[in-house]
Design a protein around this ligand. Structure first.
Ligand SMILES: [Ca+2]
Length: 238
């Protein structure tokens, strides 16, 4: 009897591994836009207010960091790249993680010490801003990274470019838990300038990439254990 069931048990063990390898990942720890194949739902709009998104950026297949990039023309007074819908909603799980992106700018006027700025808008009407310093025209892609906790952000008053104060933990978490829009300013000079965006990423705490290997290994171990049991049973039968 046992010998007749061996092929079935072996198949179960193998199917267990295969099923595990195909199993969906419960919660992605990283959301990213690389713009290698499209605009990934990104739009453009005014920057300093959470206005409707009406502009369409362009995806360029080359010139990114690497691959494709997001490009926009200067169609608003304060211009912004607006993150796709995959970056809005309840992002509480990303509290304590990181938000980062690569930005390249070329401009004809002088450097400014307070830009770029990224603003997180909550559905509660509150918003916070994170500020970086682009080193100078022609510097190429520069990575800007912000911790997704209150330490890296300042309060933002809609319609103004004023530097704010540190938000409370509760205020920051309320915004992160109900994100309605993320905007990165893509125009902060009056002259003829250009802005390229790539690798916009939100990462949850401790997460870099999520692959199903640990689960697969667990089931692989179970499968091997089952085969071991079969082998032992076979030997004891003999
Ligand atoms: Ca890219």
């Amino acid at each position: 009897m046992l010998n007749a069931s061996l092929p079935f048990l072996s198949r179960c063990a193998a199917l267990g591994v295969a099923a595990c390898l195909a199993a969906p990942v419960a919660q992605a720890a990283t959301i990213s836009s690389t713009f290698d194949t499209g605009t990934e739902g990104w739009l453009t709009s005014e920057f300093l207010i959470n206005s409707p998104t009406t502009g369409l950026p362009t995806q360029a297949a080359t010139g990114g960091n690497p691959g494709g990039r997001l490009v926009t023309s200067d169609v608003f007074s304060w211009h912004a790249f607006v993150a796709g819908p995959q970056f809005t909603g309840d992002k509480s799980a990303f509290y304590g993680g990181m938000l980062s992106f690569d930005l390249r700018t070329n401009f004809t006027t002088g450097a400014s010490p307070n830009y770029p700025v990224v603003i997180l808008y909550g559905t509660n009407g509150q918003s916070v801003q994170g500020r970086g310093v682009y080193p100078g025209s022609g510097a190429g892609y520069v990575n800007f990274a912000f911790s997704l906790d209150e330490s890296a952000w300042q309060t933002h008053v809609s319609g103004t470019a004023s530097v704010g104060v540190a938000p409370t933990q509760g205020a920051f978490q309320a915004i992160l838990g109900s994100l309605s829009s993320i905007r990165i300013n893509a125009d902060y000079y009056s002259g003829d300038d250009s802005y390229d965006l790539d690798n916009f990423t939100m990462t949850s705490p401790g997460g870099t990439t999520v692959v199903p290997v640990p689960g697969a290994l667990v089931l692989l171990g179970s499968g091997l254990g089952l085969l071991g049991f079969v082998g032992r049973a076979r030997r004891s039968k003999a």
